[in-house]
Design a protein around this ligand. Structure first.
Ligand code: SPV
Ligand code: MN
Length: 630
């Protein structure tokens, strides 16, 4: 293909400037040219703009997101507000599909579609989808600059909001693309918000929303959406491509935060990762007071020369849930959200240039502009539902380096050594607040059997108990059996395997109230850190190790200045045999439907079941106090 000719024609038609064409050719990568040409021809934008890593180019994106009204300025300098359409407020699981070639295995747990059919469907929708709009061509890195972990990402989008968000969330990659030396070894993402309606402009045809993952070509095609979980290539779309890559190589891509734990009185930092389903305390764990944050959403892990697994944050910003962020519970984020800096709010109420969200700890005005449009208190939507002043999945987008607890190791090309992993769910009645796995395989079992009640981070009903293996099921693109085997091999290759913990912040008492305070999670985390250093003994139970009362009592006093009562400990750490056995039955039912679940998984399941049954017989009870097990 003669790309010189093709681009001369574009220049002649006023589609792209000579300067921007030069920027593309300077990369000396035919694959980039091929992709740009293919999708510019298909999507038919009015104008094509190439954004390099230069300050002017990035400023161009920032300014145009205001000029084209995808964002508006708020009172505080650097703050803007963006709205997604009323029916585009969360990830769309139904229309997110993995394209599978004919004859290949289709996992019952993964939303798949025949590849040929899917491509035809999405190409039809994308034909002319950028008409009248400007297409931005952007280059980013998933991971730190100059790192073995890092993967290049090419983004085409007609949304300045998407491109602006990516500036806050990802490292620039134009210069890194030059280092590829013409290789096709990068991911690419084509996004279009499609036809727009109203002011601020939102996607008109959400019924034609498509998010199709094409593993074969390491690309995602996404159209007729704006919500970042659907639109931003480098976030959940890249997560899926990277899971595929990692599972076919020898490393891990996980829905993990990365946290540096600093126990009081000990002069050390110990790194942990953790996976929690969306809206289940993940960011607030990564942001625990007094600790260091490296990342809050997605990590790559590789086994390293020192014998540890090392992790990097593929992002450099946070796209966080704003609900319940307030001065008392999240002082660091609250401070960042209320002082001048570059930051994007989305889907919150705005009145007189001030943002208001649910749970911010101050009263909100009774009218203003929100994700519905002009809003007054008590207003109902077309379906008769009362519209809250802000959406429960409303978000903020911010640079991590703006937070006072950001760990400079964020940019370390070697990542950080991981000593422990947390898996957590939203579970009101079964699992204790924290347990430690008996070994690595049992840790995989704990992660794989996380159950959680659905939240507003995805479209659909809230509060339904669902399986959430490694909080990664929404993003899984390889069969679960293969994924679990990859974990097993990964850990067994390490000299220093991370300890694995399962947490549950959402246990409720008989009265339906949560048994733990919001900050209690800090104690579980510090206890886990101590376990990695041999500081605490633990009680062995059929489901794993649990903390001893005296250790927790002392930690509650030291870290939170709180008296932790023995009766609270007993209620929280009671082993609920009947509930746990029910859970094992649910797990068995689900896993039976999947191909080639590794043998160790079934062995652990049977072992847990027989131990729980034995304990029930021995004790003659349905649940047993931790004091009796000690
Ligand atoms: C999540 O839902 O897990 C998020 C936000 O981190 S989203 O970008 O929507 O995936
Ligand atoms: Mn996430």
């Amino acid at each position: 293909m003669n790309y010189k000719e093709a681009f001369s024609e574009y220049i002649g038609n006023g589609l792209i400037s000579q300067k921007d064409t030069d920027k593309l050719f300077a990369l000396r990568n035919e694959h980039v040219l091929e992709i740009v040409k293919k999708f510019v021809d298909l999507c038919k934008p009015r104008k094509v703009t190439v954004i390099s890593d230069s300050k002017e180019d990035i400023e161009y994106v920032r300014q145009h997101s205001i000029l084209n009204r995808e964002e508006s300025k708020l009172q505080i300098a650097g703050h803007t507000i963006h709205y997604d359409g009323y029916y585009d407020q969360a990830r769309d699981k139904n229309n997110t599909k993995v394209l599978v070639p004919k004859g290949e295995y289709k996992s019952p747990w993964i939303n798949t579609m025949d590849r040929e059919e899917g491509l035809k469907d999405v190409f039809d929708i994308m034909d002319g989808c950028m008409e009248g709009k400007e297409c931005l061509i952007r280059f980013f890195c998933l991971g730190p600059i100059n790192s073995k972990f890092t993967i290049g990402a090419l983004q085409l989008t007609d949304s300045f909001y998407v491109a602006h968000s990516e500036d806050l969330l990802y490292r620039t990659g134009y210069e890194e693309f030059k280092e590829l030396n013409g290789s096709p070894d990068f991911f690419y993402f084509i996004h279009s918000a499609g036809a727009l309606t109203g002011t601020p402009p939102v996607t008109k045809n959400v019924d034609k929303r498509r998010i199709y993952i094409d593993l074969q070509k390491k690309r995602v095609l996404t159209v007729n959406n704006q919500y970042a979980g659907n639109s931003l290539g480098l976030k959940k779309l890249a997560l899926r491509l990277a899971i595929h890559k990692a599972n076919n190589e020898d490393w891990l891509t996980e829905h993990y935060f990365i946290l540096g734990v600093r126990p009081k009185g000990k002069n050390r930092v110990t790194y942990f990762t953790g996976a929690f389903p969306s809206a289940c305390g993940k960011t607030s764990t990564a942001m625990l007071p007094g600790q260091l944050i490296v990342g809050d959403d997605i990590a790559f892990l590789r086994s390293w020369e020192d014998g540890f697994a090392h992790a990097v944050n593929i992002e450099k910003g946070i796209f966080g849930i704003i609900k319940d962020v307030n001065a008392k519970d999240d002082p660091v984020i609250y401070e960042a959200l209320t002082t001048p800096r570059e930051l994007i709010f989305s889907n919150v109420l705005v009145k007189d240039g001030k943002p208001y969200w649910i749970g911010m700890g101050i009263d909100h005005p009774k009218n203003g502009f929100n994700h519905y449009g002009n809003w007054v208190e008590g207003m109902k939507d077309e379906d008769g539902n009362v519209i809250s002043h802000a959406h429960p999945n409303a978000r903020y987008t911010i640079n991590l380096s703006d937070l006072s607890n950001c760990d400079p190791k964020l940019e370390d090309p070697n990542g950080v050594p991981i000593h422990g992993i947390f898996y957590g769910g939203r579970d009101s009645d079964t699992m204790p607040p924290i347990i430690q796995s008996l070994n690595w395989e049992h840790g995989i079992f704990l992660g794989a059997t996380i159950e959680s009640e659905t939240t507003s981070a995805t479209l659909g009903t809230v509060g339904v108990r669902t399986a959430s293996p490694m909080a990664n099921l929404d993003f899984l693109v390889v069969p679960l059996g293969k994924y679990l085997k990859n974990h097993q091999k990964f850990g067994n290759r390490l000299k220093y395997c991370p300890l694995v913990f399962a947490t549950n912040y959402f246990l409720k008492g008989k009265d339906g109230k949560y048994l733990n305070g919001i900050l209690d999670k800090k104690i579980w985390v510090i206890w886990a850190e101590g376990r990695t250093k041999g500081d605490f003994d633990a009680i062995k139970t059929p489901i794993g190790y649990i903390p001893k009362y005296d250790d927790l009592k002392q930690l509650f006093k030291l870290e939170l200045g709180k008296d932790y009562l023995q009766e609270d400990y007993i209620e929280q750490f009671t082993i609920r045999m009947d509930f746990l056995l029910d859970k094992l039955n649910r797990v068995e039912e689900m896993y039976k439907t999947e191909m080639e679940i590794p043998k160790f998984f079934w062995e652990i399941l049977q072992d847990q079941r027989s131990k729980l049954i034995d304990l029930k017989k021995q004790s003659g009870k349905e649940k047993i106090s931790p004091m009796e097990l000690n």
